[in-house]
Design a protein around this ligand. Structure first.
Ligand SMILES: Nc1ncnc2c1ncn2[C@@H]1O[C@H](COP(=O)(O)OP(=O)(O)OP(=O)(O)O)[C@@H](O)[C@H]1O
Ligand SMILES: [Mg+2]
Length: 333
């Protein structure tokens, strides 16, 4: 038996966690450890069991087998101790739309038994931090999706928890709102808050997490740092679009492994995601002949295909035309 000091004890420790809903075996033996002060991202497609895992760890439902401890407390025997110490932002908003932003925050302060003055001060502080001062006294029903997400997270922080669960924090947000939310989450990370988040976006896990677990059909099919996972995933490529067909075919002959598409005048070059390889490629391009260049990083589909040999969901549940386009980073235009 090992002894831990408070600082060394993992914030979350899960062993052989199982959960079924009748014959739907959602979690089939999950093992994971989240050291205090780190960010763990559980990555998986719709229905993978992400919310189920969060609900068990936040003591909203119980697992069927296995153990889970959160901040040193067992989820099945000490749920109250856990609830007092964690913050949870669910996948679906906890905002009361009939109240203003400020009232929602004050309600959370009351639920957390903060003295009135202190609660009011905390609400104001969070409104400022989340850029909601102008909208503070407006009904939350009038907030945009991004504002609601920020208010939701602010409500989670009223009690200053040291461990927070974020279930798909940025799903449904536009790229700008997503980046703003990531910035807020990064500030929390810098303050040493431990974060367990779920996401469908490899990019989000990559931006925020120290460690990523890939959840597929009830088990963690891979775990590692974002860089480790991406190294295991082919599918990165650079698309170079040329000004005319002659320039395209000249380049196609000169760059090994490239595939040319005459219709779009685009040359696709496999890319391992490293800056060195990109610099080398760019160095070989003729700037007069190139119209634009795009770096495609592997997306969730690429990760699943590489790690599991199949797409995130059975084909019938995920028609081709609803598949998300791969994430791209525009380097130049
Ligand atoms: N209370 C419940 N009763 C019956 N089935 C449930 C219940 N909760 C979840 N499930 C089932 O468990 C599976 C996993 O659901 P879960 O909500 O954990 O997935 P998820 O990874 O969070 O998906 P999403 O990305 O869509 O939020 C699904 O098949 C779902 O239908
Ligand atoms: Mg979910």
């Amino acid at each position: 038996m090992t002894t831990h000091t408070a600082a060394q004890a993992p914030a979350i420790e899960v062993t052989d966690l199982r959960k079924s809903f009748e014959d739907n075996h959602v979690l089939q033996g999950i093992e994971l450890t989240v050291p205090a002060g780190t960010v763990y991202a559980l990555l998986g497609p719709n229905g993978a069991g992400k919310t189920t895992a969060v609900r068990i760890l936040t003591t909203l439902i119980s697992g069927d087998a296995g153990t889970a401890t959160v901040l040193g407390h067992d989820v099945s025997t000490e749920p109250d101790a856990i609830r007092l110490r964690i913050g949870v932002t669910g996948q679906f908003s906890a905002i009361d739309e009939l109240l203003t932003g400020r009232e929602n925050l004050q309600l959370m302060a009351d639920l957390n038994h903060l003295p009135r003055r202190q609660g009011r001060a905390r609400a104001q502080e969070l409104l400022e931090r989340f850029d909601l001062v102008d909208a503070a006294d407006r009904g939350a029903a009038t907030y945009s999706g991004g504002m609601k997400r920020r208010l939701d997270l602010a409500m989670t922080l009223v009690s200053s928890p040291r461990l927070i669960f974020l279930d798909e924090p940025s799903t449904g947000l536009d790229p700008r709102s997503r980046r703003e939310l990531w910035q807020i989450i990064r500030e929390l990370i810098n303050e040493g808050v431990t974060i367990f988040l779920t996401t469908q976006y490899l990019e989000e896990a990559d931006e925020l997490a120290h460690k990523v677990g890939v959840l597929d059909r009830g088990t963690l099919v891979a775990e590692g740092t974002p860089a480790e996972l991406k190294r295991r995933v082919p599918g990165g490529r650079v698309d170079v679009t040329y000004v005319d067909p002659v320039a395209l075919s000249t380049a196609a002959g000169a760059i090994a492994g490239a595939t040319a598409d005459l219709e779009s005048l685009t040359l696709s070059v496999p890319h391992d995601g490293t800056l060195g390889a990109l610099q080398e490629l760019v160095g070989r391009l003729d700037s007069e002949a190139v119209a634009s260049l795009e770096v495609h990083t592997p997306d969730l589909d690429d990760v699943f295909l590489a790690l599991t040999g199949h797409r995130p969901q059975p084909a019938e549940e995920r028609p081709e035309n609803t598949t998300e386009a791969p994430m791209t980073e525009e380097v130049a235009r």
